[in-house]
Design a protein around this ligand. Structure first.
Ligand code: PRX
Length: 649
């Protein structure tokens, strides 16, 4: 059920100029897509993409679930994002960068063209990067991160960005899996008024096992770093001797554009692969439909480029449509909880897009801060990454949006490339904490996992997409079987496997969709996806850990926190010290983002007689809920009471 029946109508003034102005227009578009799916997508692909050669077919389903879109078409994403704007908006700001210290840098489309071309030439001429090579980007939030992405796209190289919060071990695993030949990094950057470092993490990650030949280092904070001769080279010293013209590689619609590693319920992170044409089409269209960005708007997405939100809604989507995108090096609570609102005022930001965790922090730290700034430029507010709770939603709507702005609760995932379920700001009557309806062209349905039938209003089930769509994941890098099993294994509709998101959802009495969260062993900490298996594997590296099970626990700010149950081989004297030690292992293996808020030492784990850990019981205990599951089938039912007593103590 939606948490409240209150409905908020779109702002009438906004509606007048919106691209999709009413629910009637929305229904007309969804009907068009249902009646002529290929015609719908084919028309948009022709209209929105500047093709070097037009495509022959819209959708090829012959090798399902390895679908292909716009076969025969040729294009280059860096041209779609830059070159085609030069005549009409060459002097327009493409990237508006604000440093941690408040300094502002405006990079026009012309400048972006120069910077990306030079970077592409550097990568091609000195680093030997060519079409199909993998390049790992481990960068802070500085414009060079966007240049690096677009330079790879220009050469047809496949970038794989690793979020700067991941540890050396996590970085190394991703470099090895992608078999990357070059790493692009920075000495570090600035956060909360201080310099922090990234290059030392790269140094630790690179070893004889990694195939990396050369490292490109952007000098941002100019702190001292170690330079390995013959491997590490300074971008700053070399970039100016490169030519500002680099011909863009001609790419097929289905050539890979990038990999982005994300967590699943089992095993190591998966290299989610996105390809060229379908991804860029949907990145651009969702910018136009969901944020309704206009020519003079200033769009700010607060994500990090290391996550899919940063890929699609800081770099590719805004630039493909020729918008001005804001990039911010710092954190929205420094020097105080008014920083984000000060930036909105200063840059006259029109669309602001962030995560519920950030909204909760900004609310908690500065309930009245928004009223101190002129936020009248704002038109659309967005949220993404986790379910937003109604109190956070209300504060966002009333205090930040002055009850004037639509809130688009955008539901999507790394694998979907762009939004799949979201309100349209000029059309959809919104309900708090509700992602509302699938976007036109996305056949999103909540299915009963047993019968594969769409559930009725008022009921819940699994959030699925029952037809392929252009920006969908194309594969798990190097593991086609895992791709099929992870996404097309669980739910069948009319006997045919359909894409299952891993999320549970429900329709309310009006057919509005609310996403209720993961149905698998994935935890969502501050909008970051964590596989329990990864955290468990890290903790199991401790010599004294016999068994470990990890689950999520509701958290006021982070949405969920990580809760670990551990049995030790030999009891330890100093539990606090052991907990510290175990979290240090996580820091080393994964990074600070996976630290456990709770680690409890228990005499055993609740297991069935066949040895399967009953995680649902552990989740209930972590949440402090009564155990409703049948425990009589457990190998040792008494262990449940023992664990409950330990957790309560
Ligand atoms: O559980 C859903 C949650 O975030 C997951 C996707 O995580 P990731 O691939 O890291 O991408 C995050 C940014 C798109 C989903 O499976 N999620 C994302 N958006 C929402 C959400 N849960 C509820 N409401 C949302 N708006």
């Amino acid at each position: 059920m939606s948490n409240t029946k209150q409905t908020f109508q779109p702002n009438v003034e906004f509606q007048k100029t919106a691209r999709i102005k009413s629910m009637d227009e929305y229904y007309a578009l969804t009907k068009k897509a249902e009646d002529d799916y290929e015609g719908f997508w084919g028309d948009y692909a022709k209209e929105k993409i500047t093709w070097k050669k037009p495509f022959d077919t819209v959708l090829n389903e012959s090798n399902a679930p390895f679908y292909s879109w716009f076969e025969g078409g040729k294009l280059n994403v860096s041209e779609q994002c830059i070159d085609r704007h030069l005549d009409t908006r060459g002097s327009k700001t493409a990237i508006l960068f604000e440093g941690d210290n408040g300094n502002k840098l405006e990079i026009s489309y012309k400048d972006l063209h120069t910077n990306v071309n030079k970077f592409a030439n550097l990568l091609k001429n000195f680093y030997g990067v060519k079409k199909g090579d993998r390049v790992v980007i481990y960068m802070p939030m500085i414009p060079e991160a966007a240049y690096a992405m677009l330079a790879c796209a220009r050469l047809g190289a496949i970038h794989s960005i690793v979020f700067g919060g991941f540890s050396a071990e996590a970085l190394k695993d991703r470099i090895i899996d992608a078999q990357a030949k070059v790493v692009i990094t920075a000495d570090g950057a600035f956060r909360k008024g201080k310099a922090y470092m990234l290059k030392p993490v790269v140094d630790d990650a690179l070893s004889s096992e990694t195939p990396v030949e050369k490292v490109c280092v952007i000098q941002r904070n100019n702190e001292e770093v170690t330079w390995k001769e013959g491997r590490d080279y300074s971008y700053n010293e070399m970039i100016n001797s490169e030519s500002a013209i680099c011909e863009a590689e001609t790419m097929d619609s289905e050539d890979p554009l990038f990999l982005l590693y994300t967590s699943g319920s089992t095993g190591s992170p998966k290299g989610v692969q996105h390809n060229t044409a379908g991804y860029i089409l949907w990145a651009q269209m969702t910018m136009e439909w969901v944020f309704d960005v206009k020519e003079d708007d200033v769009f700010w997405c607060t994500a990090d480029v290391g996550w899919i939100t940063g890929h699609t809604y800081i770099v590719y989507g805004p630039l493909a449509m020729g918008a001005t995108t804001v990039m911010f090096e710092g954190v929205p609570t420094y020097p105080d909880a008014g920083r984000a609102w000060q930036m909105v005022e200063k840059h006259k930001i029109t669309q602001f897009y962030t995560a519920p965790t950030a909204i909760r922090v900004l609310h908690k730290m500065g309930e009245n801060e928004p009223s101190k700034y002129d936020l009248s430029s704002l038109k659309v507010l967005g949220t993404v990454g986790e379910p937003i709770d109604p109190p956070a939603w209300k504060w966002y709507y009333e205090e930040v949006g002055n009850s004037n702005c639509a809130i688009v609760d955008t539901y999507w995932q790394t694998e979907t490339g762009g939004h799949i379920v979201s309100p349209l700001p000029g059309a959809t009557p919104i309900k708090p904490a509700c992602a509302t309806f699938p976007l036109p062209g996305i056949i999103g349905e909540i299915l009963d996992p047993e019968t594969g039938k769409k559930v009725a209003n008022g009921e819940s089930g699994y959030m699925c997409i029952t037809k392929p769509w252009p920006s969908m994941i194309r594969g798990v890098w190097g593991d086609p079987e895992r791709f099929k099993k992870s996404y097309f294994g669980d739910v069948k509709k009319d006997g045919k496997p359909v894409y299952f998101t891993g999320d549970g959802a429900n329709y309310d009495e009006d057919g509005y969709i609310t996403i209720t969260g993961r149905t698998d062993d994935v935890i969502n900490v501050s909008g970051h996806r964590m596989g329990t298996a990864e955290v468990e594997a890290a903790l199991a590296k401790d010599d004294n850990v016999a068994e470990v099970a990890v689950c999520g626990r509701p958290h006021d700010i982070k949405g969920e926190s990580i809760f670990a149950y551990i049995t030790l081989k030999t009891p330890c004297e100093d539990e606090a010290a052991k907990i510290k030690e175990l979290n240090n292992i996580i820091k080393k293996e994964i990074g600070n983002i996976a630290l456990c808020d709770n680690i409890v030492f228990v005499p055993g784990l609740p297991k069935t007689r066949s040895g399967k850990i009953m995680r649902r019981i552990l989740r209930s205990i972590a949440k402090g809920e009564a155990i409703t599951q049948d425990t009589s089938t457990l190998e040792d039912p008494t262990v449940v009471q023992q664990i409950e007593a330990i957790v309560k103590s």
